[in-house]
Write a protein that binds this ligand. Structure first.
Ligand code: NAD
Length: 431
């Protein structure tokens, strides 16, 4: 319980002249939440005397001096905003949540939804991806073992057209948290509109990676590894590498060399190779996009649409690099979600920023430079929820999410909790 029994008089925190404790009641649960003192006549007189003395000089101060003090007060207010919010604002769990997750980092996306839903007091129905549901089932077994109250966590497997659509439109579900494609995000928003539920969307991306001439030594190679990891199936993969013209040829040579070093093999084998992509649908889509790149005139510098050597079955795709790509080509516009990278040359900083921002997505962008000032200037101009500088990953608890058609939600840390909360204002009463 907060102890606030002093008064602020004449520039000091002072004890009341007479002890007269008073409990402040929380109107939500009728429990005492703070203790203050009720002042006496003497306390009031002391305060009046202080104000009367101060008035003589304070009335003579200039408007500028008073504005200066008010501005300082604003700084302190902002610094202690959290405490003020706690004193006057209530957060409550939003209610029953529908959690719909994809297959590409399956347990990560489930944990990012289930944990904040539990933490905020919501109950939930999880529908994991029907093509990667096993980690969700295992997670549900763990939840069962812990013994959460019955009904708090529920798991229903199903596809998008069935369970996914029913969750989105269900009148008893208060919010949907969705991670997946922009296509499905649109459908979910439409299906949810009738019931005005909150819809938090974490959608696709088409990340740009600006490699300036003053980048650190391994910037290009790291960029290639970043795209190819998880067989290219990451929403924030930096799939468009923009390279400053003065180092373009060197960057292309390094990119091709690095891509050719990445092995492709069975996922069950040990090693640092990449495995297949998830499904026949994804495989066909990726091959179609690789073929479109060739048709549209980009230079195929590594990889290509054929199966990797030694593999004649399975959805395997060679790490593929296109150079001399323009932002109008399909491979630069569409989310490929496979091990495919486009390299685009640029001459000026503004040109690079314009190319990166020329997309309907806005999830993760990257930039590489030795110049701190330039890095922060460019980071500000990039229209995306995340900007990663010089290969540095975000710390745990930092918000993750997109601008534009990459979604409207933020997951992780405090921001990840607020999606599951309603804000309620409770006023006092007049006698
Ligand atoms: P997907 O949209 O096909 O499916 C995701 C989930 O939505 C699955 O559970 C699916 O059954 C369900 N679903 C599909 N259509 C639906 C509908 N009409 N109504 C309700 N539910 C529906 O996506 P995917 O192929 O599983 O995952 C890959 C996509 O996810 C990529 O676009 C990737 O960028 C995106 N993604 C985004 C993030 C992020 O945090 N922004 C993270 C990972 C993946």
């Amino acid at each position: 319980m907060l102890d606030k029994r002093k008064f602020y008089i004449n520039g000091e925190w002072v004890d009341p002249v007479k002890k007269n404790d008073f409990e402040v009641i929380n109107p939500c649960n009728e429990d005492p939440c703070a203790i203050i003192s009720l002042g006496s006549k003497e306390d009031t007189d002391n305060a009046v005397k202080a104000a009367k003395n101060a008035f003589e000089s304070f009335k003579e101060t200039s408007k500028e001096e008073r504005l200066d003090l008010l501005e300082k007060l604003l700084v302190v207010y902002k610094r202690r905003f959290g405490e003020m919010a706690e004193a006057i604002i209530y957060y409550e769990p939003i209610g029953i949540c529908g959690l719909i997750t994809p297959w590409n980092w399956p347990i990560n996306q489930i944990a990012l939804k289930v944990v904040p839903a539990f933490a905020t007091g919501c109950t939930m129905i999880l529908k994991p991806s029907e093509i990667a549901p096993i980690s969700a089932m295992l997670f549900a077994e763990m939840i069962d073992e812990v013994g959460f109250p019955k009904g708090v966590f529920n798991l229903v497997n199903g596809d998008g057209a069935g369970v996914g659509t029913h969750i989105s439109s269900h009148p008893d579900i208060d919010m949907v948290s969705f991670t997946g494609s922009t296509r499905a995000g649109r459908l979910i928003s439409k299906n949810a509109a009738e019931t005005i539920k909150r819809v938090c969307l974490e959608l696709g991306g088409k990340g740009g990676n600006i490699v300036f001439a003053d980048s650190y030594k391994n910037a290009v190679r790291d960029g290639i590894r970043n795209v190819m990891s998880n067989s290219g199936q990451s929403c924030d993969a930096p799939t468009r590498m923009l390279v400053e013209k003065s180092i373009y040829q060197r960057a292309v040579d390094e990119a091709v060399d690095e891509a050719n070093k990445i092995g492709v093999d069975q996922a069950s084998k040990k090693g640092d190779h990449i495995g297949p992509v998830i499904s026949k649908t994804q495989y066909d889509k990726i091959i179609n996009l690789i073929e479109s790149g060739i048709k549209e005139g980009a230079t195929l510098a590594a990889g290509g649409p054929e199966l990797p050597n030694g593999l004649n079955k399975g959805y395997f795709i060679k790490p593929t690099i296109f150079t001399d790509v323009t932002n109008e080509m399909r491979i630069a516009k569409e989310e490929i979600f496979g091990p495919v990278l486009s390299i685009i040359p640029f001459e000026t900083e503004d040109e690079a920023v314009n190319i990166v921002n020329d997309t309907s997505y806005g999830l993760g962008n990257y930039l590489q430079t030795d110049d701190r000032e330039k890095a922060h200037r460019v980071a500000k101009k990039l229209r995306s929820g995340c900007v990663y500088i010089n290969g540095n990953a975000a710390d745990a608890g930092t918000p993750f999410g997109g601008y534009r058609q990459s979604g409207n939600g933020r997951e992780g840390g405090v921001w990840g909790l607020t999606e599951y909360l309603e804000v309620k204002t409770v006023t006092g009463w007049k006698n």
